[in-house]
Design a protein around this ligand. Structure first.
Ligand SMILES: Nc1nc2c(ncn2[C@@H]2O[C@H](COP(=O)(O)OP(=O)(O)O)[C@@H](O)[C@H]2O)c(=O)[nH]1
Ligand SMILES: [Mg+2]
Length: 300
């Protein structure tokens, strides 16, 4: 029997659909998703184990220009993921025009001798006339292994993508899987809980507010029938704090309700969720704050 095991890095611009794809491929919600850029801040592993293969997908923050220390941390995550992978899947948003800098980025990956598969995403909301020119344009890039139109939401062509990936994953006659077969992510339950709250905040608040939020889980008590969780919501300004709380506490109540339902799904238990809003000016530029809120894992 032949076994395959390796790392696959998902990269591409913000909103291309990386996190939605990793969730679709693993069948689990490992990464939060929103229509806003910079939803994903850390590298997140999604592990797909089958009889004879284990593919470890790495979801990365979208490629973007850096404005603060948190942005720089996010771009370090992308570089570090690329360093250790067997295959790169570069996601192109099928609903947008292909940009020159994306072609350049793909060419750079190929120049680094990485195996690059390009996935054109969101084809469920595109007609054939729109997809074809993108495929033709991508086809002109020399050295791309495969170009595959996909829809993560409708599950279209995900099997084709998986087969294409497996072609480039190292094989062995022994089953040397990296992770236990029942594990689907490297992230802790606490991390996933904080991410669920951040996802709900991305939908609930507009403009800069959700981008300036960090979550600090100060209590996580799983010993009772009900899991008790206390979370500090860190924001950058007093004005943001009052928006987060809302008139008479209405907004934060809604945030808590939305998040609690998903956290209960994740834990399979009832949850009591308490949230407090704290102001930490300019935390996105302070190394101490960044590591306190989970955005520092010794990346170079
Ligand atoms: N219609 C459609 N929308 C998608 C698909 N994949 C992602 N999206 C949407 O695109 C937006 C960005 O997705 P996300 O996975 O967060 O992108 P990321 O920034 O690359 O991780 C979200 O609103 C998703 O629901 C897809 O296959 N079809
Ligand atoms: Mg993402």
């Amino acid at each position: 029997m032949e076994y395959k095991c390796g790392y696959v890095c998902l990269v591409g611009r913000a909103n291309a659909g990386k996190s939605t794809l990793i969730n679709a491929l693993t069948g689990q919600k490992v990464a939060i998703v929103s229509p806003k850029p910079q939803t994903t801040r850390n590298n997140i592993l999604g592990i797909l184990t089958k009889e004879s293969s284990q593919i470890v997908f790495v979801d990365t923050p979208g490629i973007h220009t850096t404005k603060n220390a948190l942005d720089k941390y996010m771009m370090k995550n992308v570089r570090s993921a690329l360093g250790g992978c067997d295959v790169v899947v570069y996601l192109v948003d099928g609903t947008k025009k292909l940009q020159e800098d994306e072609k350049k980025y793909i060419n750079n990956l190929i120049a680094k001798e990485l195996k690059v598969i390009v996935a054109v995403t969101k084809v469920d909301i595109l007609n054939y006339n729109k997809v074809y020119p993108i495929l033709a344009e991508l086809g002109e890039i020399k050295g791309v292994c495969d170009i595959i139109p996909i829809s993560s939401i409708k599950g279209q062509n995900l099997d084709v993508l998986e087969d294409a990936i497996l072609k480039y994953i190292p094989a062995s006659s022994e089953k040397n899987f990296i992770y236990p077969e029942d594990e689907y992510t490297d992230k802790s339950v606490r991390f996933l809980v904080a991410e669920i709250i951040r996802e709900k905040a991305l939908y609930l608040y507009s403009d800069e507010i959700p981008h300036g939020i960090a979550l600090d889980i100060v209590k996580f008590d799983d010993s009772d029938k009900i899991t008790n969780i206390e979370v500090d919501i860190i924001c950058e300004k007093d004005t943001h704090k009052s928006i987060i709380i809302g008139k008479g506490g209405a907004k934060i109540k809604k945030l808590g309700e939305d998040a609690r339902l998903d956290i209960e799904k994740l834990l399979g238990k009832k949850v009591m969720l308490k949230m407090f809003v704290k102001v930490e000016p300019n935390w996105r530029n302070k190394p101490n704050n960044l590591s306190e809120f989970g955005y520092n894992d010794g990346l170079k």
